[in-house]
Design a protein around this ligand. Structure first.
Ligand code: FNR
Length: 328
């Protein structure tokens, strides 16, 4: 990979404190296993918004997959479909959603709401028509994160020939993604009236926002700090998770992403109350190393490690993963 693009994928905002904190938090948390409890095979299946998944490890939305591999997002989608999981397609995908959907697996679409409401509605309609089953609205990006590696490298835009294919307007021109600092709860209400798809908010860390989300009829939350790429200094996601789970009180699903690198990390996140997790960079590295089979291998490895860890921790199904299994 071009080292400039590798920096784009690997890097975070500012001093990368939050980027490091996401992973370090999992290294700090320890599992207290149960014994003599789980007999026979484990069952890792779950249902989210009507979609049956073979694993609680989903693919987080990440931009510009054609910079990682020429097969782009369609290859990621094939890998996710093979693993029996959902791919969340980034609004900054470098292939049209229709081509990504041709891989056949379940897709959700990630949206940065644009201030042009008609254009935003058109993007959503296109994702719906392509078969996307949920809308993931990213709310941690009122302004763009200050990614110092990209600033140093002068990485500002996609190379010639690549574009954000899902941002074409009626004239076929590609618009640039706008981070809209005027985004507020009123816009979530507008989105609710614009689409019948389940709406998840991605980038919630504060329990007060989790309560507001439930009050506004949001269908799910993703506890996320954008992989440390937005607010440097933001809390590690697994540290924010328990209070969000508590505030939601089981009313809607809570997912988490950031720093999950091994099956034991998935186990800890689920034990602390997440219904499922998403992985960003590990999928990008799998894609870069091996295209669709590389993505599939990464997702299978994480799921296999989770299965193994559950066996050793005395958990037969995801519901057996409870907070008492984790200590700081
Ligand atoms: C992201 N992320 C992201 N999120 C989003 O809502 N829309 C996007 O377009 C992107 N793009 C993006 C690009 C790259 C290169 C990275 C690394 C991340 C954030 C992503 O969905 C997720 O929150 C983090 O990647 C999770 O952290 P890990 O798994 O990468 O540690």
């Amino acid at each position: 990979m071009d080292p400039v693009h590798e920096d784009f994928f690997a890097g975070g905002a500012g001093e990368e404190r939050t980027l490091r904190a996401n992973e370090a938090a999992y290294e700090r948390l320890r599992i207290v296993p149960r014994v003599l409890r789980a007999t026979g095979d484990r069952d890792l299946r779950l249902t989210l918004f009507g979609t049956e998944l073979a694993t609680p490890v989903l693919v987080a939305p990440t931009a510009f997959h054609k910079l990682a591999h020429p097969d782009g997002e369609a290859a990621t989608a094939r890998g996710a479909a093979g693993a029996g999981t959902v791919m969340v397609v980034s609004m900054a995908a470098t292939q049209p959603i229709e081509e990504i959907a041709a891989a056949g697996g379940p897709l959700w679409f990630q949206l940065y709401p644009q201030s042009d409401l008609a254009f935003t509605a058109a993007v959503i309609k296109r994702a719906e028509a392509a078969g996307c089953r949920a809308l993931v609205v990213t709310v941690d990006s009122p302004v763009f994160g200050r990614r110092e590696r990209d600033l140093r490298n002068g990485f500002l835009d996609l190379p010639d020939g690549l574009a954000c294919e899902n941002l074409r307007d009626a004239e076929g021109k590609v618009r640039s993604i706008e981070m809209d600092a005027t985004l507020g709860w009123d816009r979530i209400a507008w989105l609710r009236g614009t689409t019948g798809l389940p709406i998840l908010l991605k980038g919630v860390l504060h329990p007060a926002d989790a309560r507001l989300a439930v009050e506004h009829g949001v269908d799910g939350l993703i506890v996320s700090n954008h992989g440390g790429r937005q607010l440097d200094g933001a809390v590690a996601t697994v540290d924010a998770l328990p209070r969000v789970v508590d505030a939601v009180g089981g009313r809607i699903p809570v997912l988490v992403d950031g720093g999950i690198r091994r099956g034991v990390d998935v186990l800890v996140a689920l034990a602390l109350g997440a219904d499922a997790v998403l992985v960003g960079r590990p999928v990008v590295w799998g894609l870069a190393a091996g295209g669709a089979p590389g993505v599939l291998k990464k997702l299978r490895d994480l799921t296999g490690e989770l299965d193994h860890a559950m066996a050793l921790a005395g958990a037969k199904r995801l519901a057996d993963l409870t907070p008492d299994l984790v200590v700081a």
